[in-house]
Design a protein around this ligand. Sequence first.
Ligand code: PGA
Length: 244
Amino acid sequence: MAGNWKMYKTPAETKAFFDAFLQLVAEAKHCEIAICPPFVNIHAAVEASRGTRVGVGAQNLYWKNEGAFTGEVSGPMIKASGAAWVIIGHSERRQYFGETDATVLERTKAALAAGLKPIVCVGERLEEREAGRTDAVLAEQFNGGIAPLDADAFAKIVIAYEPVWAIGTGRTATPEMAADAHRVLRGLVSAKYGAVAGAAIRILYGGSVKPDNVKGLMAQPEIDGALVGGASLEAASFASIVNF
Ligand code: PGA
């Protein structure tokens, strides 16, 4: 269960979140938990979660380790800050910041080289779904951004299926729609990496996951967890998702 805070919260607000959240998930042993705040809050999140089961992640990274790349942050820097995870290829990065399947692949390789656990996002836009292209789009994103990884690298990633039309819109995919897309992705994984990898890959659903719809989504055997935006910003709300 991963929280994507997007561009929200200060370090002080991060600490306040953890003070409340950690108590609420103290008994949660059934899943891994990660919070992905903005870069400037990683330190506060790492300090606040030290010694707990809650991991911290970044929301992006650049694929060079260091250099004259103003405004960028590298995998080794994120790792040295104490984060364990990194979200890659989120649809907002694809939509607003020029992310492509090719750069998703570069970032994923760099994350793995730095010892970070990538959460690689894929998902179709509304017009693609309406044109009946969902499966084709997922295949394109998988083939371009993920499938070039070798099997050892692939075994270390998590995939997040996030239909773009469901992100931040309050319009969730039905559990069946999400499961269908997960099945397509798992089929692509099995075809490329084998049935064992297909069964083992963890696929998160993301897009307007809330305390009141998480149970139905998680009832689908295809859905292994959730990547949560808006509903991860408030401790009680994200805790009730974690404790679904
Ligand atoms: P949302 O965001 O839960 O606010 O829809 C999900 C995401 O973008 O990861």
